[in-house]
Design a protein around this ligand. Structure first.
Ligand SMILES: [Zn+2]
Length: 317
């Protein structure tokens, strides 16, 4: 949680303000230089709109930054229209231009990398029903680039091969109408998180092949490294196995061998396992033996026909 707090404070609050301030203050001699100053600000704002996790800072801040950036652009536009004496600060302007180009190229490259995760890889994605109902849900992690979905680090890293099945997973929390996911900033009380206790429904028809039900729900800052999935239901459906993880202790209503239909309740959202706060983890995977089921092949998934990526809103039908 500290890592997310640091990234949010620096990347999604301080840096956008600093870039807008620079655009406001920095000197330029003509419209081309103005454009060079403005480009990195807009490229960076687009990048954090796509790749930033808007959990601790509200999404609405982006509108504030867009306003601030536009005001800074307007002020510097007026200044840049007034020609400076020839030869004024040539070296300084050259340096600024190189810095602007480098910043823009870096932000645009990162944005392209993040957006590349909007396209699922082959094979065709498994189409699932929503495992959550009644509300507005926010996708914290999802997609096929590591910049928008940290589960992707299990895809290639040899040391994480035992957890590879979760590479294309999505993590989902519930939002209120202001876009907040909890009553408080980082509350200790699990019940303050709007998704805690929400009913989880089978996203496909199939057979329950494995469950865990006994692990404690941990306070928001802890994490159970020995049982990364926490309490879970592993379903075997027609096209894939599907894991619903981090469920609430003793909340499961199914057992191994049970047949379920799409939409049947299976348990409730909790905060068990390797989880920083209450959320639902959902992924699709190939068939696996019961020994090490998280080592199976990861499969791309869609929910209600949509590829879910970071910062998506899911309003189940
Ligand atoms: Zn997850």
């Amino acid at each position: 949680m500290f890592e997310l707090l640091f990234i949010t404070a620096v990347g999604q609050v301080l840096l956008p303000v600093a870039l807008a301030f620079r655009l406001w203050r920095v000197a330029c001699r003509n419209r081309l230089e103005w454009l060079l100053r403005a480009l990195p600000v807009s490229a960076y704002l687009f990048f954090i709109a796509v790749a930033g996790v808007w959990l601790l800072a509200p999404w609405g801040l982006l509108y504030g930054f867009a306003l601030l950036g536009s005001a800074a652009a307007a002020v510097s536009w007026r200044r840049c229209s007034r020609p400076l004496p020839p030869g004024d600060g040539r070296n300084r302007h050259g340096f600024q231009a190189v810095l602007d180009l480098l910043l823009t190229a870096f932000c645009a490259g990162m944005l392209a990398w993040a957006l590349s995760g909007y396209t699922p890889p082959a094979p065709p994605a498994i189409d699932l029903a929503s495992p959550l109902k009644n509300g507005v849900f926010y996708v914290v992690n999802g997609g096929y680039s590591i910049l928008i979905n940290p589960h992707m680090k299990t895809l290639k890293q040899e040391s994480l091969a035992a957890y590879r099945a979760q590479s294309y997973a999505v993590d989902i929390v519930k939002s209120d109408r202001f876009g907040r996911r909890a009553n408080g900033w980082v509350p200790e009380d699990l019940a303050s998180y709007y998704i805690f206790g929400a009913m989880v429904y089978a996203p496909c028809s199939g057979v329950v092949i494995m469950t865990e039900d006994r692990l404690s729900d941990l306070t928001a800052s802890e994490g159970d490294r020995l049982h990364p999935a926490g309490n879970f239901v592993l379903l075997e459906c027609a096209e894939a196995s599907v894991l619903l993880a981090h469920l609430m202790q003793f909340s499961l209503s199914v057992r191994p061998g049970d047949r379920v239909q799409t939409g049947d309740p299976v348990g409730r959202v909790g905060n068990s396992g390797m989880s920083t706060e209450p959320h639902l983890h959902l992924h699709a995977q190939g068939r696996a033996g019961s020994e090490n089921f998280l080592a199976a092949e990861p499969l791309p998934l869609k929910v209600e026909g949509r590829t879910l990526v970071r910062n998506d809103r899911l309003v189940p039908r």
